[in-house]
Design a protein around this ligand. Structure first.
Ligand code: SF4
Length: 352
C-alpha cells in the first residue's frame, strides 16, 4: 500500500533529472558524488560538464589530478574530487573498466559511503538497498515518529531496517527516488505540505503535532575560526609579470589547490601592527622585504566547520626575490588561470 501510494505520487510529481532513468553506473556514481552537499541546480551543470569531458571511467582515470580539480572548481569539499579520481583509476586500471555490480564492492570504492553505495546499487542494478539522505530521514522520522538523532550509524541502521520492510523490491530504484523526492518536495524542512499530503492520515508527526520537532538532529559542531593573511606577491621579468603561488598540502582544507603564500594565525593580528608584522614575515620568508606593501580589506568565507577570515596583501618586488616559502613557485598570469583554486581565491581574483 505504502509503495503504491508513493509510486502514484512520483508518477505525477517526481523530478525529471539527467541522471535518472539511466542504468550507467559510472554516470550515476558521478551524479551522486557531485550532489553530496550540493544543490541540484548547481550540481546539474557540473554533472553535464563531467559527462561531456570524461565520457567514460577510463577518460576520468587518465586525466591528471589537476585537471579533475579544475573541473571540480567551485563545488567545494575537494576531497570528493580526489577520491572520485582515485576510484576511477581503480575501476579503469585494476578492474578492467568494469564498474562493480555488488553492493559490498561498490561500498569499497574510495569516497563511497553507505548512502552512495545504496544509490548506485539500486539505480543502476536495481538491488534492494534503501537510500537514506536528509530528505528521507525527515520524511520517515515524521511519518513513523522516530526520535533517534539522525546522521549517525545507529540511526542509519534503524531507518534502513524500517525501509527494508516497506520497500517495493521489484523497483527499488523508483522507490528510492520517490522517497527522496517526497521528502524534498512535500515533506519539506519548513512548512511541509501536510494539508495536501497523501500520508497525512497515518503520519505520526501530523497527528501528534510533532512536525516542527522531527527529525531530531545531533548537537551542532562548534565552528572554528581561522585567520589567513594571503600575500599577493608580484614582480616583473623580461617576458612579463610573475606572481607566486602556493600549493596546499595533505592533511588540511583545499588539499592540492593553489593559492597565494600565506601567514596563518588563530586570532586576528591587531590593525596597528599588521603592516609591520607582514613586512617582517615577507623579509624572512622571501629573503628581503617588498618594495611596496598594500593591506587590502577582509573577506569572510564560510566552510562547513570553519569560518575563514582572509585578508589579501599586495606585495611588489622590483625583481625576482632571492627565495620563497616551501611548496611555492612563480607563475605567469596565463598559468595561474589554468590552476585549480579554491572559491575564496576565485572570489579575490574576480574582484581585481
Ligand atoms: S503529513 Fe506532513 S509531516 Fe507527515 S509526511 Fe506528510 S508532509 Fe510530512
Amino acid at each position: 500500500m505504502f509503495s503504491e501510494k508513493l509510486f502514484r505520487w512520483y508518477a505525477d510529481y517526481g523530478r525529471r533529472l539527467p541522471w535518472r532513468g539511466i542504468d550507467n553506473p559510472y554516470y550515476i556514481w558521478l551524479s551522486e558524488i557531485i550532489l553530496q552537499q550540493t544543490r541540484i541546480e548547481q550540481g546539474r551543470a557540473y554533472y553535464e560538464h563531467f559527462v561531456a569531458t570524461y565520457p567514460t571511467v577510463e577518460d576520468l582515470a587518465k586525466a591528471s589530478e589537476e585537471q579533475v580539480l579544475k573541473s571540480w572548481q567551485g563545488l567545494g569539499y575537494y576531497s570528493r574530487a580526489r577520491n572520485l579520481h582515485t576510484a576511477a583509476r581503480h575501476v579503469a586500471f585494476d578492474l578492467g573498466g568494469r564498474f562493480p555490480d555488488r553492493y559490498e564492492d561498490i561500498l569499497a570504492l574510495k569516497g563511497v559511503g553507505r548512502y552512495t553505495a545504496a544509490a548506485i546499487a539500486s539505480f543502476a542494478f536495481r538491488l534492494p538497498y534503501p537510500v537514506i539522505d536528509g530528505n528521507v530521514y525527515r520524511f520517515v522520522s515524521r511519518l513513523y515518529g522516530i526520535f533517534t538523532p539522525i546522521g549517525t550509524d545507529k540511526a542509519y541502521d534503524e531507518f534502513e531496517r524500517l525501509l527494508l520492510n516497506v520497500m517495493d523490491y521489484r523497483r527499488p530504484d523508483i522507490f528510492n527516488q520517490a522517497m527522496m523526492d517526497f521528502g524534498s518536495l512535500c515533506c519539506k524542512p519548513v512548512s511541509p505540505d501536510c494539508a495536501d499530503c497523501i500520508f497525512r492520515q497515518e503520519c505520526f508527526a501530523h497527528k501528534e503535532g510533532k512536525v516542527e520537532v522531527l527529525p531530531v538532529k545531533q548537537a551542532p559542531v562548534i565552528i572554528q575560526e581561522r585567520y589567513l593573511y594571503y600575500m599577493d606577491i608580484r614582480w616583473h621579468e623580461s617576458d612579463g609579470e610573475r606572481l607566486l603561488v602556493h600549493q596546499r598540502q595533505a592533511g588540511d582544507i583545499w588539499q592540492g589547490l593553489y593559492e597565494f603564500p600565506l601567514l596563518e594565525t588563530t586570532s586576528p593580528i591587531k590593525e596597528d601592527c599588521l603592516a609591520e608584522r607582514l613586512r617582517e614575515f615577507l623579509a624572512e620568508s622571501m629573503g628581503c622585504p617588498p618594495e611596496s606593501l598594500m593591506v587590502g580589506s577582509r573577506l569572510r568565507h564560510q566552510l562547513t566547520h570553519r569560518t575563514i577570515i582572509a585578508q589579501f596583501v599586495g606585495a611588489n618586488y622590483t625583481s625576482r626575490p632571492p627565495k620563497w616559502p616551501d611548496n611555492c613557485r612563480p607563475v605567469s598570469w596565463e598559468e595561474m588561470k589554468s590552476l585549480p583554486i579554491s572559491r575564496l581565491i576565485d572570489r579575490y581574483l574576480s574582484k581585481m
